[in-house]
Design a binder for this molecule. Structure first.
Ligand code: NAP
Length: 207
């Protein structure tokens, strides 16, 4: 797939590594052009904001506060598929600035109603993403995928699987209200309780 990454930080860098390894064609856009070019050079990627509009998928890897502006700047056409990985974190990273009756994903979707917003990867630490989906011979990190448009959900599920992740269908986009607090718990466990950033939440099923 042709993928545009918006953001060149912890998550953007880890995505670049894994998406390149999975054979995808990358376009990497950041606020800092030099940083984007340095990252892009490692993966044979372009750095053209204008190319975002013709990408199969756009990965939104900015902070939540910058998300809507970054998407507006990208001038995506109606129907574009955007992976929203953001968590609306407080300044100390130990709380959420919204929830219960809405979510970052729903707020972004409401601001840009023409786009297909897909919540995914927000429960995967950047360090886990960089290390890869495989935790052990029998355990693989899952990506929870919540979306309202079925083809968009399938496309993002396909993208996650191409990088080796399992996929858990998490229902409609409004279920981002559950996924964002789940990421909050993950952050507490990883940083607050000291379990480290290679942990990841999953769901057990009776076989
Ligand atoms: N870190 C994690 O483990 C983790 C895990 C799951 C989800 N998330 C979520 O993923 C998102 C990114 O996290 P991160 O840790 O990668 O943050 P980060 O390291 O601060 O990176 C954010 C990136 O977004 C860029 N950016 C800001 N505004 C932009 C714009 N208008 N256009 C293009 N790029 C723009 C920033 O540019 P500058 O370099 O110029 O500031 C920076 O490169 C956050 O929403 C976070 O909640 C993070």
């Amino acid at each position: 797939m042709n993928i545009t990454l918006l953001g060149t930080g912890n998550m953007g860098s880890a995505f670049a590594h894994q998406l390149h390894a999975a054979g995808h064609s990358l376009n990497i856009v950041g606020r800092d052009a030099a940083k984007a070019q340095a990252l892009a050079a490692r993966f044979g990627a372009s750095t053209e904001l204008a190319r975002a509009a013709s990408s199969d998928v756009v990965v939104l890897a900015t902070g939540y506060g910058d998300a809507v502006q970054a998407l507006r700047d990208a001038a995506l056409p109606a129907g574009a598929i955007v992976v929203d990985i953001t968590n609306p974190l407080t300044a100390d990273y130990m709380g959420l600035t919204l929830g219960h009756t809405t979510s970052a994903a729903e707020q972004i979707a409401a601001a840009l109603p023409g786009l297909h917003i897909v919540k995914a990867f927000n429960t995967v630490f950047a360090q886990r993403l960089a290390a890869g989906a495989r935790v052990s011979a029998t355990e693989t990190v899952p990506v929870f995928v919540a979306a309202d448009a079925e083809p968009a959900r399938q496309r993002v599920a396909e993208l996650a699987r191409s990088m080796g992740f399992d996929v858990i269908d998490a229902g409609p986009l409004r279920n981002a209200r559950y996924l964002e607090p789940l990421a909050g718990l993950n952050i507490y466990l990883g940083y607050g309780a000291g379990l480290g950033t290679l942990i990841a939440p999953t769901w057990l099923r009776q076989s």
